[in-house]
Design a protein around this ligand. Structure first.
Ligand SMILES: [Zn+2]
Ligand SMILES: [Zn+2]
Length: 393
């Protein structure tokens, strides 16, 4: 039932846009209500159903307060923030940062309910809070999950390509070691909040709707601590500096965000921790560039090496390799050395792409200059014309 509410488009029901003014809402409703009224359409089941739907839409949209909540819930629902079985498709969310914000908003609006901790959990909870007909809030006192933590690190080009283990030093809240995160003085334990019966939410009824808000007595946690732990003042959390060792997989790219599950902030009073996101910056390299899993490299060669062919020793991420430049290789051509690029996640590696680039001598001794002149003559005699077939000739 609740899910249906969210999936309903009240604007469409009234035939208005989501930016319609309150006046337009009223007008649209009046017209439809007149046309669809059961007195006017006796025995017409369809009209009756439409009439009900229109009334329902009006009851929400005509109340600015309810309309705001409805809009907000729909916006979040549309953005996929809820009910999709929780957090983090491991590549991050393109850095909009919208999601954790959304989680907090909901936590604040709807009390102890934590969005997105289980299949359907978040969705049920917001709706439970939003449109709980006739009161009687759903019992929902799950403790709040710890926040996600963002950090970044800079890796050398070769470290990033080959994978590396790096220490990350972070100051963040962790479970209090004295009370093990319960927030209660050792030897005591929190008791169930009598005001909200441990649900963390208080419901109040307003017309046809029941609304839930966080319980003031327990601040939405559902439990009350009579003797707070002195070390954490009852929060169950202590700030601690910790160094965690993070294994960065090979092939990571500049700007990539890596998720480390459960390495974020501790949850309040024993709730599960959040995740840690590490944004990796990769510094450049003097020799190598990258194109996906391929490693690129520019190899300086002489004109004669391209004409006559040669084998040149080039560096790779793992030792050197001899690259054969066939006779008659054109300047700027790229030669491929298979499997000597960046390691791939699923095994194997990309290729090493070697682009040849002619280096022109700025100064030659008499001997070489004389030889080159003689060569130029011989080249002409041989019939080579560099501009043969050139469109500009
Ligand atoms: Zn403590
Ligand atoms: Zn309470």
């Amino acid at each position: 039932m609740n899910r249906e509410w969210l999936e309903k488009d009240f604007y469409k029901e009234l035939g208005i846009s989501s930016s319609a003014t309150q006046d337009e809402v009223k007008k649209a409703y009046r017209k439809l209500a007149r046309d669809l009224h059961p007195d006017k359409n006796p025995g017409d089941v369809k009209a009756e159903e439409r009439f009900k739907a229109v009334s329902e839409a009006h009851s929400v949209l005509s109340d600015p307060e309810k309309r705001k909540e409805y809009d907000e819930a729909r916006r979040l629902f549309a953005s996929g923030g809820f009910g999709r079985g929780g957090f983090a498709p491991s590549g991050g969310y393109g850095g909009t940062g919208g999601f954790s914000g959304a989680e907090f908003n909901l936590g604040d609006i709807f009390g102890g309910a934590t969005a997105g901790t289980g299949p359907d959990g978040g969705l049920g909870d917001i709706l439970g809070g939003l449109f709980n007909r006739g009161g009687g809030a759903r019992a929902s006192s799950r403790p709040r999950r710890g926040s996600d933590v963002e950090t970044e690190t800079t890796l050398g080009f070769r470290e990033a390509a080959q994978g590396v283990t790096v220490p990350l030093r972070m100051t963040s809240p962790s479970p209090c070691t004295t009370c093990h995160g319960s927030g209660a003085k050792p030897g005591t334990s929190p008791r169930v909040c009598p005001h909200c019966n441990g649900t963390g939410v208080i419901s109040r009824n307003q017309g046809a709707f029941g609304f839930s808000e966080p319980c003031d007595d327990c601040r939405g946690t559902g439990s009350i601590i009579d003797d707070p732990c002195v070390d954490c003042r009852g929060t169950g959390i202590q700030n601690r500096t910790r160094t965690i060792t993070v294994r960065i997989p090979p092939g990571v790219r500049d700007g990539q965000r890596i998720r480390l599950a459960g390495q974020g902030e501790a949850g309040l009073r024993g709730a599960p921790p959040g995740d840690l996101y590490v944004t990796v910056h990769v510094s450049g390299d003097k020799v190598f560039g990258r194109n996906g899993d391929d490693l690129t490299l520019v190899l300086p060669v002489s004109y004669s090496e391209l004409v006559l062919g040669t084998t040149v020793s080039v560096p790779t991420l793992d030792g050197r390799v001899g690259v054969k430049v066939p006779p008659g290789t054109a300047d700027g051509r790229t030669l491929r050395v298979r499997g000597r690029g960046v390691p791939k996640r699923g095994g194997g590696a990309g290729d090493l792409l070697v682009t040849v680039k002619v280096a022109i001598p700025q100064k030659l001794d008499d001997n070489a200059t004389e030889a080159l002149r003689r060569y130029a003559e011989a080249e002409k005699t041989s019939g080579f014309d560099p501009r043969a077939g050139w469109a500009g000739a």
